[in-house]
Design a protein around this ligand. Sequence first.
Ligand SMILES: [Zn+2]
Length: 351
Amino acid sequence: MDGAELSESTIGLREWSDPKPQEIGATVEEFLTRLGGPTWIHLSGRDTSRTRAMSTLLHGNEPSGVRALFQWIRSGTRPTVNLVCFIGAVDAALSPPGFAYRQLPDCRDLNRCFRVPFVGREGQLAAEVLDRLRKVNPEALIDCHNTSGRGPAYGVSTRRHDPQKALTALFSDHLIVTDLRLGTLMEATEEDFPTITAECGGAGDARADLTALTALTRYATADSLWNASHRHDSVKIFHHPIRVELGDGKQVAYGPAPVPDADLTLRADADQFNFGILPQGETLGWVRDSDLNAIAARDAKGRNRTTEMFSVVDGRLVVRDASRILMMTTNSHIAKSDCLFYMLPVESSDG
Ligand SMILES: [Zn+2]
């Protein structure tokens, strides 16, 4: 690599314009090692009057997006219009054994830092990225992620309009529209240009890598992002899922039966429910001492919906009404630091 090509700003954001295929290494790990930290990549398009944006690796354990970008650059193909790419938690991704940490232990979750106050290293980085994105004013932004549990790919947006459906249609038929506010990149740019989060499938699932590459290839090569309206029609929208977190100070485990000392045991195969419908009374797991405080289900307004959505029957945690489960993880660390899963009453999930 020509060192002059990769420059670094005062807050540690590297910048690289038009890296050549032979400069980025033979593997995605070599690519990340060469980046050495969060990086802004600019790829010149055949039409340089327009720009699209993608971001990825805001979570260091979600590799599909950066693998797709690596393959795209290695192919040497020029995108139809300029493509700017932000690659976030490179340090976390490189930390042994590789792609294992969402963020490093002394760092904040980068995808919770895209709102005021932009404090600390991650906050300043988020502010810098937003500033650059707004200056570039792209046609759209796709932020590529992986889920920690198994499941199909889907889009997430705060908007339910045709552009968000069109971006989702690049890789999935499912769009979750949420009014939850967590400080994600997607929320920060919702007023500026069409933005979606692309959840490409489970981290470590080769199908998710292929989904991300397919999405990026379509995104980078489409003459127009908005003229495939026939494909938008197949995108099904799910509105305003309820976020189900672990109760304060509670412990979660996963298994085929209640785990002693765990306040909540979720079925080890619970992530097979992702996007599926659970019939009324279906068992999700077990709560110790029949204490429903093991979980906390909240809607976007912060209202506690736990007793409305769940009940305990002989120690089993059951759904009160037919419900759709989304984004279920079976990773207890992520369950504790982020959330257990999202849920939608079935009657409100159509349309
Ligand atoms: Zn993520």
